[in-house]
Write a protein that binds this ligand. Structure first.
Ligand code: ZN
Length: 355
């Protein structure tokens, strides 16, 4: 078990009850992290030309009615979190709308169904590539709202899930995209959280791509039957890429021809292109004998270093432009367990957590 502020593992928290209680409890347990994230959010806003906190809060507030209509339970969790951390709700909501993990810096994902695995299990795996300092913002959260299946998630600040798997055998992994049609709408963090509250693949796919969204991740939604979808979205369009051959890889550029016109600037996606092709090539060789160690091997690859699948901070870049794989996970959807590696997978080992 990781201790507060100790960097040899992630803090573990749990919360149950109604959504407000869940948020309040997570807020109390993660208050120190939340305050750091609030500070970083405010610094980011004040460094953005033409922006200030008041404007950011006012802009975000305009999407609140849409968010409340789409998923009232998560708004209640954020309200509880505001109470638990002492941060005003309007700031918590503005932080949700301008989530720094969403700027498309990285992440590599692989998902595979049971026909290709050694133990007949379905897997979804992911490297989380963000700013190196953000390793101190991640918490392993067990969340059990009274009206939903519980989930275990890799949650920023305890409340913002980025990856996870739930008790109904649904996983949400995925990566950032940079579309050119962003607008005021449901923040892209909302679908991530809502998928983790769903009980079946149909409901989860719907939750992953709501109409009226302002932006989108590529949300990889899998179930325990081996249904694997890469929901490649922008604000106004999406394609549901199905793993028709039983496996898929995704990084940070649009793969579907239907979505190519929404790519903001492919010239900024070279790391993504290298990681995608490299992961496909490495993983293809493993088909039929895939197990947890296979993901460890592929996700630790250094071709294209430092912007490789296992990413490392490039000392030539200013600190706020650096990217690092701060954790790596493997969801076992059949057993409903989560394997977590703290920090770069090339240096670490994976520890198992049951849902
Ligand atoms: Zn590495």
């Amino acid at each position: 078990m990781a201790k507060k502020g100790v960097s040899d593992g992630f803090r573990e928290v749990s919360a149950s009850g109604d959504h407000f209680k869940v948020g309040e409890s997570l807020g109390r347990q993660c208050r120190d992290i939340a305050l750091r994230m609030e500070r970083r959010f405010k610094e980011h806003v004040s460094a953005t030309p033409g922006a200030d906190l008041k404007k950011a809060v006012a802009y975000a507030r305009r999407s609140l009615p849409l968010s409340r209509e789409f998923y009232p339970g998560y708004v209640e969790e954020l309200e509880g979190y505001a109470k638990g951390t002492g941060i005003p709700f309007e700031t918590v909501y503005a932080m949700t709308c301008d989530f720094p993990e969403t700027r498309g810096k990285g992440c590599t994902d692989i998902a595979v169904n049971s026909e290709w695995t050694k133990d007949d299990c379905v897997y979804a795996a992911h490297n989380e590539d963000v700013g190196p300092a953000q390793i101190n913002e991640i918490v392993i959260a067990r969340v059990k709202p009274s009206d939903e299946p519980g989930y275990i998630g890799m949650n920023y600040g305890g409340i913002w899930p980025t990856e996870g798997i739930n008790a109904a055998g649904i996983s949400l992994t995925g990566n950032a995209l940079v579309p050119n049609d962003t607008r005021l709408g449901i923040p892209k963090e909302f679908p991530v959280r809502k998928v983790l509250g769903e009980t079946g693949i149909y409901q989860a796919l719907m939750a992953s791509m709501p109409e009226g969204r302002g932006h989108s991740f590529n949300n990889i939604v899998c179930d325990q039957n081996g249904e694997i979808y890469s929901m490649e979205g922008s604000a106004t369009a999406f394609d549901a890429i199905y793993a028709e051959h039983g496996w898929l890889v995704h990084t940070n550029h649009y793969l579907s021809p239907r979505m190519w016109k929404y790519e903001a600037n492919l010239h900024t996606r070279f790391s993504s292109i290298v990681r995608y092709n490299r992961a496909v090539r490495l993983f293809k060789k493993e088909l039929g004998k895939v197990e947890v160690s296979t993901f460890h091997k592929v996700l630790s690859d250094h071709v294209g270093y430092p912007e490789s699948i296992c990413r490392h901070a490039d000392p030539k870049l200013p600190p706020d432009e650096q990217t690092q794989s701060i954790f790596s996970i493997v969801c076992n959807l059949t057993e409903k367990s989560l394997w977590v590696c703290h920090g770069n997978p090339c240096k670490g080992t994976y520890r198992k957590y049951e849902v």
